[in-house]
Design a protein around this ligand. Structure first.
Ligand SMILES: [Zn+2]
Length: 207
């Protein structure tokens, strides 16, 4: 009752004009032909049924799946070893520095994930080899925003685990080649990289 009173008193909100807006509007261009021919028809234009989304989802290959499995496996093993090494070389100084490393790691992961997302949204194409494997998921979520919620753990997190492998491997390499003093000096950076890796690995799961 109250709502009707408000809309009557405000020009531009009458149902007559709303109708005109719908009739006079042009459908948005969509190269995939997902256009509501009847304007105002409540057919969702984006989602799993979107032709582009289907095409992108169809490009998820067995090889890509294998790479994701390998990445999660290798990365998990490296994470375990690095955590074990860093805890076994823990010194009392770390009580002060590790919380700072943890905080900087969160900031870095937040900024870097945004930057990577923007880069993959902006540059390249899903048609190239790199694009098929690494840009495709970013393009998929634009035409099917909830696709990620239907992906399993491996598809969701495989590439993030892959990103952690070089740093984790490098930390282990340093631990096996450095002296005790050098390892002690590097502790802050190692904890920072480890915690950054944990946040990066979790980014898709929690966002
Ligand atoms: Zn995006």
């Amino acid at each position: 009752m109250q709502f009707e009173d408000i809309s009557d008193s405000e020009p531009g909100c009458s149902s007559m004009e709303e109708e005109n807006v719908l009739v006079d509007s042009m459908p948005e261009d969509d190269p995939n032909g997902n256009v509501n021919v009847q304007m105002g028809a409540a057919v969702p234009r984006w989602g799993p049924q979107h032709a582009g989304a289907r095409e992108l989802a169809g490009m998820y290959s067995r090889e890509k799946r294998l790479q994701e499995r390998f990445s999660i496996g290798a990365s998990s093993i490296l994470f375990t070893f690095v955590i074990f090494r860093l805890i076994s070389t823990w010194s009392s100084d770390n009580w002060k520095s590790v919380p700072i490393a943890a905080f900087l790691g969160i900031l870095t992961a937040d900024f870097a994930s945004g930057l990577v997302h923007w880069g993959a949204d902006t540059f390249g194409s899903a048609e190239t080899f790199i694009g098929r494997n690494f840009i495709r998921p970013f393009r998929e979520h634009h035409v099917d925003p909830t696709a990620i919620t239907r992906h399993d753990f491996i598809e969701c997190n495989g590439d993030n685990f892959l990103l952690c492998i070089p740093n984790l491997a490098h930390i282990l390499y340093q631990h096996f080649t450095y002296t005790r003093e050098e390892i002690h000096e590097w502790a802050f950076i190692h904890w920072y990289l480890l915690l950054l890796g944990v946040y990066v690995a979790m980014t898709n799961q929690v966002c």
